[in-house]
Design a protein around this ligand. Sequence first.
Ligand code: NAD
Length: 318
Amino acid sequence: MRAAVIGVGVIGSLHAEILSEKNMLAAVCDTDENKLKKYACPGYTDYKTMIDAVKPDCVHICTPHYLHAEMIIHALGAGVNVLCEKPLCINRQQIEAILEAEKRSAAKLGVCLQNRYNKENVFVKEYLKDKNVKCAVAHVAWHRTKEYYASADWRGKYATEGGGVLINQALHTLDLLQYFAGMPKTLTASVSNLTLKDCIEVEDTAVIQSVKGAGISLFASNGCAADMPVNITVRTDKDVIQIYPGAVLINGVTADIEKTTEKPRGKECYGSSHGILIEDFYNHIKENRRFEIDGKEASKVVKLILASYESGGSETEV
Ligand SMILES: NC(=O)c1ccc[n+]([C@@H]2O[C@H](COP(=O)([O-])OP(=O)(O)OC[C@H]3O[C@@H](n4cnc5c(N)ncnc54)[C@H](O)[C@@H]3O)[C@@H](O)[C@H]2O)c1
């Protein structure tokens, strides 16, 4: 399989590193030519030209959020498989257009929600298989600085990032809440900018509550004094399940979960499951099986986020 990475910034470099180790990296693309120089493979500044010239089996889309939809639709239209970084896209029209493009194409779309592959989350998903989840609650308390937002001009703006802490940092955790508890029918949310008013127009803090269809609560902020570990608590009829990075407690007792053998790559908050997800996606392509985190599945968390932005403190349909 020959793969190409579009956008070799922070996370695209990590995708390229993984693909290089597997001898699969056929080309890279970035509008910033300087970022192409460190790669031995051909580099392009235009992704359409690259797709025409290289005809890769798969492209990895690692560009700013607002570009995901057009790049996914173009690649699927050219019959090229796509692994896109989160989020799938940033508005409802884009969701519809992506799902249409997916239907029309024989190629596959996968979205990089790698935390679903963390051993503790795999264990909990399996544990919950025959149980009734009453509520899933999470805290994402992270620290993002002015320097972080200044590191790329798409960050912190509605037009290019699509939102703030919800669509970028807390998306993985919100996805896990719905993965464990199911999709709520409605939600009530409040978003605000408590600590970063002078540098971003999007929210740095958000609270989401839902009780209809599925019980989900999320408290998320980029305005914390330090990066704290994410924790998720799930309540079923009988159990309280607490999930921490690398550990699960069931009714206070540590569960025996498999330890990951993957090395962490990039920032601590990325975890170590990018490589596992990438390998799984390629196995699905080779065996022509439906990849679980396709457009429809990855659109669920985007719909929760968009409803949260629309809510303004009132109960809103998802
Ligand atoms: N799954 C995760 O844990 C995780 C972690 C970090 C980032 N991400 C996601 O990855 C994506 C990229 O984030 P990042 O932090 O690497 O951003 P970044 O700004 O570091 O990298 C984006 C790159 O895309 C390039 N680019 C912009 N427009 C382009 C175009 N038209 N064609 C080709 N290249 C173009 C930029 O020059 C830049 O190098 C975002 O969607 C982000 O949410 C996911």
